[in-house]
Design a protein around this ligand. Sequence first.
Ligand code: SOE
Length: 394
Amino acid sequence: MGQLRVGMVGYAFMGAAHSQAWRTVNHAFDLPLSARMSVVCGRDEDKVAAAAAKLGWEGHTTDWRALVERDDIDLVDICTPGDTHREIALAALAAGKHVLCEKPLANSVAEAREMAAAAAEAQANGVRAMCGFNYRRVPAVALMRQLVAAGRIGKIRHVRAVYLQDWIVDPNFPLVWRLRKDVAGSGALGDIGAHIVDLTQFVTGQSITKVSALTETFVRQRPLPTEAAGLSAAGNGSAGFGQVTVDDAALFLARLDGGAVATYEATRFATGRKNGLRVELNGELGSVAFDFERMNELEFYDATLPTTEQGFSRILVTEPEHPYLAAWWPPGHPIGYEHSFTHEMRDLIAAIAAGEDPTPSFADALQVQLVLDAVERSAAASAWVDVEAVLAPV
Ligand code: SOE
């Protein structure tokens, strides 16, 4: 069996989730290529050495520029904050490496356009690039897409999506990188709003064409962190205070090109909601609804049934006939958040082995970036704004 030798840059929350996926994908799925966890990269020698041991990487380095040039690396997995996605992806693509880049693709449309163009150029040489919108690979979400594609809810009238978190409700939570525009590009909008933009376009097969938005920053100053990892941090103000330069919440109305109207809400101030990603589609023949905090279930309403039999059914998405589930446990044995990343790596490896382009591509991720940009422009103008075309006018 051929090997796919992986070099991963970054080892915090996403790096840990990706490591779990690289460790398990070839044990769960029969694939023509076997992922080899060759090297993990981070800025601090001691910390990245410890991460390599903990997460199961053969080697470690502090030099991503050298990593992307190594002859014994086939794929670069970018798990860093958004301000480094562009430079690492462009270097890796230029070196002929396949690339998996965490979402959102970039911190600006300009960066995303450069990355999509570089990926399109590298594609001619058989180099593949994918953006890590992992929730597409939750079986219940993939089933939602199948039901919609099969016409089971008919023409979609409403799309309703929220992504609700509450990890920064405490005003004393420190100013971590996700709260700094220079590092993260935006706040809730790009971090979790990007997920519901991608997910709703994926399940409906429709694209957002115009938006009307508002954003809010509830807490504008926070203590500087003395230490931080993933969504946890420490800092009591002894290191000073800093300005929050991103949105805490982004809400917007949207029109999709298939005729649906939509509402979106991405916030980190939904007190009590920990990872509340919910999507509901209402069509002329029925409805379908997903709630990530009940990720092994899908609610389905079939309006073609006799009226006396109509009602929301709860589909337990654990049958071997459901997407990805044949690889796991018997019916009734749920899977978890980390499985969405294993499924992401499965699809990426299968595409590379087949000489095909994985989805979502960098062009797909650019389109999400264009929606995020339209939301920010709409919020600034307090007006409806069109989403720019993926193909910029020449
Ligand atoms: C923080 O909001 C975060 O870790 C996101 O960055 C991830 O993409 C999401 O899956 C979980 O929450």
